[in-house]
Design a protein around this ligand. Structure first.
Ligand code: AHR
Length: 551
């Protein structure tokens, strides 16, 4: 791992100081004042908590799409596959990342998927045309393969249900197939298929993006809400312990945004535990290709979460309900290059190259910011999925020889590794810049998005684990020109040692990793200050940093 030498950092700072001095030459006192105000200050107090972190906040997603499954995690015949066809190199990587939960099989795919096609003897499974992505689906990988793979990867399943062409009855049948021990039609079928023990799948998505006209079986809100309530009631008879996620709006670009969520919840609030959110970002029309705007886009995620919370609580009030719903942000990522009519069309091929987004440095920085946004809403967002995990808009890519870490792998892997215990409530104070009205987001028919207002240069989150006596800090520096200072006053627990300080940064915001050049964007170690009650960190321009400390 390369190191950012203190010398280079000081040089960057010196240039900044000269520029500042030149811009405001008001004598020593004025200069000192100006330097002072460029730092961001924050008190970190482990007793001020947002939540006890549910690790499901860092889940991911594998859709039966493109090369996510076929040649991604499953490739029978590959020298890298085990006897069941699972790629051991990919599974090992995912296991060692510690991905807590994985959503499957879709996504848009699920809305035309007949789960019965994917169970039983492989030779009898039909080859079908998937109408979501115009792809040939061999059904060689189905429910039992996914649930077996989850065990190998040491992750929990989050199963999606077909609410497009599928009925509430068949959704309930799938729960029975997966979770009932024996003695019923569907549980006995599972046993006949060679799986004696029930899979006990707890988390289920009641459909996918059913508000979207692109979705197979797209419905109006009340119709979907009623179907969700009906299916949920049937499913809970089979297994009352299930956690059920209603399908929320596909995003703020929808004309039905928020109203869809309200109407759906008015129908099914009492039957479900959570509602889903989805969002993809891009440095394109919405941001005008301006990276300072792009790196602020995680604040749009904050806003989306807060708006959906408001709708949930409005319906809660109207219904005088006791329970409060939680949020499942079960699709989020950067995705804007590999999309559109060409990238989305599988041309009736098996495992076509679809949605293979080439992630660069600035995408990774935004992904870091998005992780910060999820952390600071972790009291209500209990589950979230980076969409997706392998090959399709993913941190990991495969070829026949191995696995590549895309740039966005790093912030995601740091969150998985280091965010532990409690998420802390922070009120950083520091310089900010203005982001006014945004352009049209992808997928929108003409609507532009509201501005983001004052955007802090530093976006800071922290976790603290009283058991392990550790703390972690995650900092996005949105300043493209200058390093920025973060001054931390610790209260309640004083760090005794900085155990690691890693930063993702570089001069080329468009740099990507490829199989030929896999190390263009990799973490560097950051020289940390001495541990203590008062610490000043120097964060390079254009960077995302993860710091762990012993407390
Ligand atoms: O993740 C790719 C696609 O994006 C999913 O299939 C769909 O749910 C969303 O629109």
């Amino acid at each position: 791992m390369a190191k950012i030498p203190r010398r280079r950092f000081l040089k960057q700072t010196a240039v900044t100081s000269i520029a500042l001095a030149a811009g405001s030459w008001r004598g020593r006192a004025g200069f000192a004042q100006r330097m002072e105000s460029t730092a961001t200050r924050v008190v970190v107090d482990p007793s001020r908590q947002i939540s006890t972190l549910d690790r499901r906040l860092f889940g991911s997603f594998l859709e039966q799409l493109g090369r996510a499954i076929y040649t991604g995690i499953y490739e029978p015949g590959s020298p890298r596959a085990d006897s069941s066809g699972f790629r051991t190199d990919v599974t090992d990587e995912i296991r060692s990342m510690g991905v807590p939960i994985v959503r499957w099989p879709g996504g848009n795919f699920v809305s035309g998927y007949h789960w019965l096609d994917g169970v039983g003897p492989k030779r009898d499974r039909p080859r079908v045309l998937d109408r979501a992505w115009n792809t040939l689906e061999t059904n060689q990988f189905g429910t039992n393969e996914f649930l077996t793979w989850c065990k190998l990867a040491n992750t929990e399943p989050l199963m999606g249900m077909n609410f497009g062409t599928g009925s509430a009855e068949m959704a309930a049948a799938l729960v029975e197939y997966c979770n009932v021990d024996k003695g019923t039609r569907w549980s006995d079928l599972r046993r006949q298929h060679g799986y004696e023990a029930p899979h006990n799948v707890k988390y289920w998505c009641l459909g996918n993006e059913m508000d979207g006209p692109w979705q197979i079986g797209h419905m109006v809100a009340a119709e979907y809400g009623r179907k969700a309530a009906d299916a949920a009631r049937q499913m809970r008879v089979i297994d009352p312990s299930l956690k059920l996620i209603a399908c929320g709006s596909s995003g703020p670009f929808m004309t039905t945004y928020l109203d869809w969520d309200r109407q759906v919840l008015e129908e099914c609030y009492n039957e479900v535990d959570a509602i889903s959110l989805h969002r993809y970002f891009g440095n394109s029309e919405e941001t005008g290709g301006d990276t300072t705007r792009y790196l602020a886009m995680n604040l749009a995620m904050d806003r989306q979460i807060e708006e959906i919370i408001d709708v949930c609580d409005l319906v809660r009030g109207l219904k005088r309900a006791q329970k409060r719903l939680w949020l499942s942000f079960d699709e989020w990522n950067v995705w804007y290059r590999a999309r559109g009519p060409i990238a989305d069309n599988g041309h009736r091929q098996e495992a076509p190259h679809l949605l293979e987004e080439p992630y660069n440095l600035e995408d990774a920085l935004l992904v870091g910011g998005l992780i910060n946004s999820l952390l600071r809403h972790s009291d209500r967002v209990r589950l979230a999925c980076l969409a997706q995990l392998v090959n399709v808009i993913a941190p990991l890519m495969t070829n026949e020889n191995g696995v590549l870490r895309n740039t966005i792998y790093y912030p995601y892997a740091w969150a998985l590794q280091s965010a532990r215990g409690n998420v802390l409530s922070l009120v950083p104070e520091g310089p900010a810049y203005e982001v006014g009205r945004l352009g049209r987001p992808l997928g929108a028919g003409g609507t532009t998005m509201p501005g983001l207002g004052r955007v802090p240069y530093l976006d800071v989150t922290a976790t603290s684990d009283p058991e392990g006596k550790t703390a972690a800090l995650f900092v996005l520096n949105r300043d493209l020109e200058k390093p920025r200072e973060l001054v931390i006053d610790w209260q309640g627990a004083t760090p005794t040692k900085v155990t690691s300080a890693q930063v993702l940064t570089g001069t080329d915001l468009k740099a990507v990793n490829t199989f030929d050049t896999p190390k263009r964007v990799v973490p560097q170690s950051l020289e940390p200050p001495k541990a203590g009650a008062h610490m000043t960190f120097q964060l390079p321009a254009r960077s995302y940093t993860a710091i762990t400390l012993a407390t």
